[in-house]
Design a protein around this ligand. Sequence first.
Ligand code: WTA
Length: 631
Amino acid sequence: MSNKIQTLSGYIHEYAKSVQNPDLFWSRVADSFFWQKRWDKVVEWNFDDPDVKWFTNAKLNITENILERHLFIMGDKPAIIWEPNDPEEASRTITYSELHKMVCQFANTMKAQGIQKGDRVIIYMPMVPEAAVAMLACARIGAVHSVVFAGFSATSLADRINDCEAKMVLTADGNFRGTKKIPVKAVVDEALEKTTTIEKTIVLKRTGLDVTMQEGRDIWWHEAIEGVSTENKAEIMDSEDMLFILYTSGSTGQPKGVVHTCGGYMVYTNYTFQNVFQYSQGDVYWCSADIGWITGHSYIVYGPLLAGATTVMFEGVPTYPDPGRFWAICDKHKVNQFYTAPTAIRALQAYGTEPIGPYKLDTLKVIGSVGEPINEEAWHWYHDHVGKGKCPIVDTWWQTETGGMMISPIAGVTPTKPSYATLPLPGIQLAILDNDGKELTGNSVEGNLCIKYPWPAMIRTTYGDHKRCQQTYFSSFKGYYFTGDGVKRDEDGYYRILGRVDDVINVSGHRMGTAEVENAINEHPKVVESAVVGYPHDIKGQGIYAYVICDMEGRSEENLTSEIRQSVTKIIGPIAKPDKIQIVSGLPKTRSGKIMRRILRKIATKEVSNMGDTSTLLNPEIVEEIMEGAK
Ligand code: WTA
């Protein structure tokens, strides 16, 4: 692709052009795609409503840009290489022409089962190629997919189905995770008891686990596709038609449905994928995320496949059958670009370098990190032992809401600095604001990370509740998109993300709202009140610390805490299980009744030497008691 940056001066030049004339810059990038009709305007926007449109009135189908656009010259090229959970099971390679047939066939299948343009379809599936096929088949017919991470509970799944009034669930009998077989369809069955909108489910056979199939509602995948045509004419979509909804946690109790649209998301994910990873034709690229997260959407499925890349998809976990599995996969499939999360790096680092020993890792050219700040120690370990000192690390900062990478080195082009996401990508106009909303200019400043100009893959709305989108992202600082992250711009103008400044905890790169976890804890009948904060955790980055007021009658502390953990797992899923639960008799509150989380955070972090002034609290004596209890 002609839009590839190859030198530092090239980056500086492209960045300047993107700011001076964004319309020209993005129309040049967009020109390399296949549009059914070209746009009237590149971008129209205001951040007050907000109202953002990219490539106005352009018509396209993103799957034509993934499939038809690549078929002539590289129909036989592997699109997806799938590595199963069990290393003894054969891997699968799916070429672009095979993917084309699978997507078309499944698109026709969904249509035959009653799905039309605009309908919402939930994907609750293991990491198998069919999950990517399901996403693309939705995009093909203009259905809006909403992938729900298959580790979420039935309640979480039901909430998401209800919020978007989905008509169909695509799922599987089960999910292989290391030595375990996790029932997936059973979770769907439980969720569907709490929903009314689902008409059909299509169930992929993967593990052979026993499932109950409800007559008239549930169909096996292999039976549904039998005899269905592998030819399909793509639905023509408007650039601003919805492509997908992805639910993510925020500071309030309920996850919100982040909405992405077709044209801008396509242009931006492809552009950033090509540039950040410096992907060349013939390379094998692997992102170890799950498709249930935005990283899986943008950088396992859409970005790489739009670029005609070979993308590896891994079903299992990093430690099965042993902690060398990631490196075994890199060698086996000759991976050139590898993209993972700091939490995985730290977890593997804990086993030392021995598990890496047997592997060459000599095909790696670029290694990447995403999801949370990467600490210097993990950065160096990754650089020295995985990248063998010769692979640039791309520490990519972005969010579900941004759709694609925003601050990141361009591999081999941008000089890196441990734990720095470095510089904004072309088109991204950052601003650091102090708490009063004043923009801090110049270097050596620290504050709230905001963005002052739209970019093609940005969030358009939160599904069914536009006001919430406005309030969450565009109301803290008028005229800016607020990320919720704190950031430092150092003396060289390099950006280092400092973590969330709101009530969001980043556990192993997964976003959890404190209110969401509190709500789940409070469901336990013996719980009176709770407060949840994050604290530094060696492997997970942040752990969940819960202070809980309970009615202890007839229960031991041990029983209660384990019941609370179980109930959180049931309501949200295992990822939200508190790491520490402290039973307390009260919570520090202001006179207006607000919980003083600042104090709880300090206790959880063991920074108790400077508690600040607690005399204005309603109940200052409780602080001493909680500190005692925390020991
Ligand atoms: C954090 C994941 C530091 C950040 C793509 C952000 C990071 C949240 C980085 C979004 C990074 C992501 N360095 N922090 N390289 N990448 N974050 O929506 O706090 O799951 O706001 O998107 O993760 O998480 P999300």
